[in-house]
Design a binder for this molecule. Structure first.
Ligand SMILES: [Zn+2]
Length: 407
């Protein structure tokens, strides 16, 4: 049997609703993207549901689902899913929380990202927090990128028993109203510990030189820590065990790399991959080609369209799709010499209209030497809806991708 290589390309948040400024077309419909269109034209398309009804739409649930891991089982929280990318080791009874540096003003939660504080500044603030609160083996803070940090509580109660509000969902709310709360009496003490750490951080951060300098420069200070996305580490069967293929993941985003790490995939870090529109598209393409020399499948994730959706910039969103098409997808197609099967899709829509994730099914297209074209010519929301896969509700994209050559 000839070896077939598999390429799975996810443009985060790429799908959208019609945008009035784009003549009521979606960014995917307006963007010049000959490579994505050729996947649709040479293969088959459809719509797929990536977020279960009972879950919040987001990349955590959607990426697990795309990779064939039931998000209801394995999507245990942003904390545990992102932690491995920072080299944090978790054992079964540990609780991992995301710890944001946020801005509190007049008792209200003003900014979930402390004005997108830089990693350099944030590291100094988290160092001060560590100095005050770390008790190795019990309470451990870890700094990450920009405003995104971690609190690991060793041998802690199951975080499912404590209600923690994501800071991006509480903008403008009184901080006192959204502090961690026990959902059951047995978690009371642990919820209080989380509240005490948050309250305690205020004194340490308020007059920290980094924050004084930020305020002087008219920037928002990181004057409070905030815990959310807590959970235990998921125990996943490896990708190889599940699907019998060896996979690698390429992404700038801790969440995606973390899911890949739990799945036992090779996690590849590409210099200059940023998660933003300025990401190193060519570098990711070259890394994907390199990864395919030793792997059967490469999963390439590009965050930029999602970020453009969040800031509701339709021009930027179109550009990120065009860059992804030309600089990444085109370069992979040009560079690959073996027969390959390829899929393109977003994980979830991030519509310009709302600036946030939606749970609508996403368009996908798969091309392979063994797949007969279904007549769809373009890759976009409306075209994919007419594809021969129809609306897929109870299957995973990866399962479809890996089975098309047996169809
Ligand atoms: Zn997003």
């Amino acid at each position: 049997m000839k070896t077939v290589k598999y390429i799975l390309l996810v443009g985060d948040g790429m799908a959208d609703y019609p945008v009035p400024e784009l003549g009521n077309k979606t960014p995917l419909q307006v963007a010049y993207k000959p490579n994505m269109d050729s996947i649709a034209a040479n293969g088959k398309s459809g719509l797929i549901k990536t977020v279960p009804d009972e879950m919040t739409p987001g990349s955590d649930a959607a990426i697990c689902s795309v990779l064939g891991y039931d998000p209801r089982v394995y999507c245990t929280g942003r904390g545990p899913l992102e932690a491995p990318s920072r080299g944090i080791k978790l054992s079964g009874n540990d609780a991992a929380y995301r710890c944001n540096l946020i801005t509190e003003q007049n008792g209200k939660l003003l900014d979930y990202s402390a004005g997108h504080i830089s990693t350099e500044e944030a590291t100094q603030l988290i160092d001060a927090i560590k100095k005050a609160f770390d008790q190795p083996g019990k309470i451990e803070f870890y700094s990450g990128l920009d405003y995104r940090h971690f609190l690991i509580l060793r041998n802690f109660i199951n975080p499912d028993l404590i209600d923690c509000t994501p800071p991006h969902d509480a903008i403008g709310t009184a901080v006192s109203a959204v502090l961690p709360k026990a959902k059951s009496p047995e978690a009371k003490l642990q919820a209080k510990l989380l509240r005490d750490l948050i309250e305690g951080s205020r004194e340490i951060l308020r007059f920290h030189p980094v924050n004084l300098a930020r305020e002087k420069a008219g920037k928002r200070p990181g004057n409070l820590v905030w815990f959310w996305g807590g959970g235990r580490k998921p125990s996943m069967p490896t990708f190889k065990e599940k699907f019998g293929v060896k996979g690698a993941v390429i992404s700038a985003v801790d969440l995606v790399k973390g899911i890949g790490a739990y799945a036992g995939m090779e996690v590849i870090t590409v210099p200059g991959a940023t998660g933003l529109a300025n990401t190193n598209y060519e570098g990711k393409a070259d890394a994907a080609l390199e990864a395919l020399k030793t792997n059967d499948l490469v999963f390439v994730h590009v965050e930029a369209p999602d970020e453009a959706g969040h800031v509701r910039d339709y021009k930027l969103k179109v550009k990120t799709i065009e860059d992804l098409d030309k600089r990444l997808l085109g370069r992979i197609i040009k560079g690959i010499s073996e027969p390959y099967t390829i899929a393109i899709l977003p994980d979830h829509p991030t519509p310009i209209k709302t600036g946030t994730h939606s749970r609508d099914p996403v368009p996908f297209a798969i091309a392979s030497p063994s797949l007969k074209p279904d007549g769809v010519k373009q890759f976009d929301e409306d075209s994919a809806a007419k594809g021969s896969f129809g609306l897929v509700e109870n299957n995973y994209l990866i399962s479809i991708l890996l089975s098309v050559n047996n169809m």
